[in-house]
Design a protein around this ligand. Structure first.
Ligand SMILES: [Zn+2]
Length: 304
């Protein structure tokens, strides 16, 4: 198999010109696109993994990148509603407008959690009105995103379909092998209850058998309030919950204050995205890092 791929690569001369320019909203989508697209794509991610993806400050370089893109890949589910639509419009690039062939909404064929039922009001919070947009934090969804990317790249560059299919199969195999490892690492801690700052982790926690029993934010996108914080401390004490998972872009002040009030309380900064911390350079590394950090912290607090 490796020999076939090598021969295939050696036989192909790929000039910079023939690469498809892909722009993605996040580094997670960029990593998956590089896995599948290999040397046939040039990928730029707009939001950095250490930034809150809901609130990204558009830079002039973004417009230039989007203007040159042959494919734009969005997280969707309104994650980028605050910054992407004006950027896409002002890029004046007809190829990547929503609905065009060069626009891919990565959320369309993945497992989405927290889909609201009934009437949606602002009181429910600001940022997750169409279901939870942090769905990439589940390896199975990463696989589904990769499939959508493989299909879309094949549609835009039909001559490279076999190449993309081989790259996808290779990614799928490595991801499956890694999942076995992560399951084994997490197995002793199944059923553990945790608190998270933002609702970034429902897919991740469900996938590894954890239960999220509360949030530092009273509602998605709404900053902590004293009354909510006091309630959360009470609930954590009653439920014996010790771990507070925080995304790197939030202040540690409230989480730390909560941890100080809870017996054995501990704040843990996990990476919600590729690039969230320096070590996490690709999609598989993202889980490698988070799984090991979480298991290490739980080993400390539970002694298991
Ligand atoms: Zn969110």
């Amino acid at each position: 198999m490796a020999a076939v791929v090598t021969a295939f690569l050696a036989g192909a001369t790929v000039s910079a010109q023939s690469k498809l320019n892909v722009v993605t909203s996040t580094e997670d989508l960029a990593s998956i696109t590089r896995e599948v697209g290999g040397d046939r794509v040039a990928v730029i991610a707009l939001a950095k993994g250490y930034q809150d993806p809901h609130f990204v400050e558009p830079k002039p370089s973004f417009i230039l990148a989007v203007n040159r893109a042959g494919l734009y890949i969005a997280v969707g589910r309104e994650l980028e509603i605050g910054w992407l639509p004006p950027l896409v419009t002002s890029s004046r690039n007809a190829k990547i407008q929503p609905g065009a062939r060069g626009f891919l909404d990565a959320s369309l064929n993945v497992r989405i959690l927290d889909i609201p039922t009934g009437q949606i009001t602002r009181a429910m919070g600001d940022v997750h009105p169409s279901g939870n947009p942090h769905y990439w934090l589940e390896p199975g969804n990463g696989r589904l995103i990769a499939q959508a990317v493989r299909n879309k790249l094949g549609e835009l560059s039909p001559g490279d379909r076999t190449y993309f299919a081989q790259r996808y199969d290779d990614f799928d195999r490595r991801l499956a092998a890694a999942e076995k490892r992560w399951d084994a690492t997490m197995a002793p801690y199944k059923g553990t209850k945790v608190v998270t700052y933002h609702r970034s982790w429902p897919n991740f926690m469900a996938r590894f058998g954890f239960e999220v029993m509360g949030y530092v934010e009273p509602k998605p996108g709404i900053p902590p309030s004293p009354s909510h914080t006091l309630e959360l401390i009470d609930e954590m004490k009653r439920g014996g919950v010790r771990l507070i998972v925080v995304e790197p872009y939030f202040s540690l002040k409230t989480p730390q204050a909560i941890a100080n009030q809870v017996p054995g309380g501990k704040v843990l900064i996990l990476a919600p995205s590729v690039g969230g911390v320096r070590e996490v350079t690709d999609y598989i590394q993202l889980f490698e890092y988070d799984v090991n950090l979480l298991a290490g912290a739980l080993k400390q607090v539970t002694g298991k």
